[in-house]
Design a protein around this ligand. Structure first.
Ligand code: SAM
Length: 273
């Protein structure tokens, strides 16, 4: 299978999926997708103000409900949730496998008056890079979907499980891939979650093993892609239970009651005990 790019991701400015982009189905490839130019545009894509308004206090309320004080933001990206949680008084470790993302997150936080505790680590061996046990781990923004094989998914969830205190929680979100795979997303007008003004995010290719999304920025016409694995909701539940989580509650677009096809995103709250 083609790996798309062999360049050192630290020095790669543009994406390179090779000649057959839909063949790239590798867990490690995220390193080559979050290249400098895409990371620089990420905040236009997620739109901090719009996202804060649409999420409201959902995550903070859940964390407070479980009495959490210490949190690992396992896929911190450009730092949106880390900053929200620091502002709300949580102690946060900001983890990401992409050095470009971590640099951007650190700068974003500093501009807002916070110093991030950043940790460069891949989830699959996170316990090597981060010591201690935490009250909660968040893995948000459809990040877990970057893993392409079951072994790595189990390993990641097991790492998360082991880094939680005995009564800790994991909050992990994902796109509603069931609706996408089953052709129930409501057509091309469907809005795909967080998306700033002047950015379009659309699935370009979907099959049982790949959801390839295209992100286009209207101001300069730049186009980026992410190759992700289309996780079915029931499958994620099963995996979470299999690694030891006792109870998993799933919200649809931040609501506890929803019709399966409607939400764009599912948010799983998995309890360790
Ligand atoms: N949570 C952020 C947000 O919502 O804006 C970023 C989401 S972005 C879709 C996915 C993030 O997960 C990227 O920053 C990427 O580097 C990180 N990531 C993907 N696979 C990873 C892995 N195996 N280990 C650590 N980080 C990973």
């Amino acid at each position: 299978m083609s790996s798309g790019s062999t360049a050192d991701p630290m020095f790669q400015r543009t994406q390179d999926f090779g000649d057959t982009p839909t063949e790239i189905r590798e867990t490690d490839h995220y390193q080559h997708e979050y290249v400098h130019d895409f990371v620089e545009r990420w905040d236009d894509l997620i739109d901090w103000d719009g996202r804060a308004a649409s999420e409201g206090s959902f995550f903070i309320d859940v964390l407070k409900h479980y009495g959490c004080e210490t949190v690992i933001d396992a896929a911190c990206g450009t730092g949106f949730h880390s900053v929200q949680l620091l502002r709300a008084g949580f102690e946060v470790a900001s983890v990401d496998g992409s050095p470009q993302m971590l640099t951007k997150a650190f700068d974003n936080a500093r501009e807002r008056g916070f110093i991030l505790k950043t940790v460069h680590s891949d989830w699959r061996w996170m316990s090597r890079d981060l010591v201690g046990r935490y009250d909660a781990i968040i893995c948000l923004g459809n990040s877990f979907t970057h893993i392409f094989n079951e072994h790595d998914r189990r390993r990641t969830l097991a790492e998360f499980y082991s880094m939680l205190k005995h009564d800790g929680i994991l909050i992990l979100d994902q796109r509603n891939y069931d609706a996408l795979l089953d052709g129930k997303t409501g057509g091309p007008s469907h809005k795909f979650y967080y998306c700033g003004e002047g950015v379009s995010a659309q699935p370009e290719h979907v099959d049982d093993g790949l959801a390839r999304f295209r992100y286009e920025f209207s101001d300069d016409g730049s186009v980026y892609h992410l190759n992700m694995f289309p996780l079915r909701k029931a499958y994620v539940h099963d995996l979470m239970h299999q690694v030891g989580f006792q109870r998993v509650t799933t919200y649809g677009d931040f609501q506890s009651s929803y019709r399966e096809d409607d939400p764009d995103f599912f948010i799983h709250v998995a309890e360790k005990s």
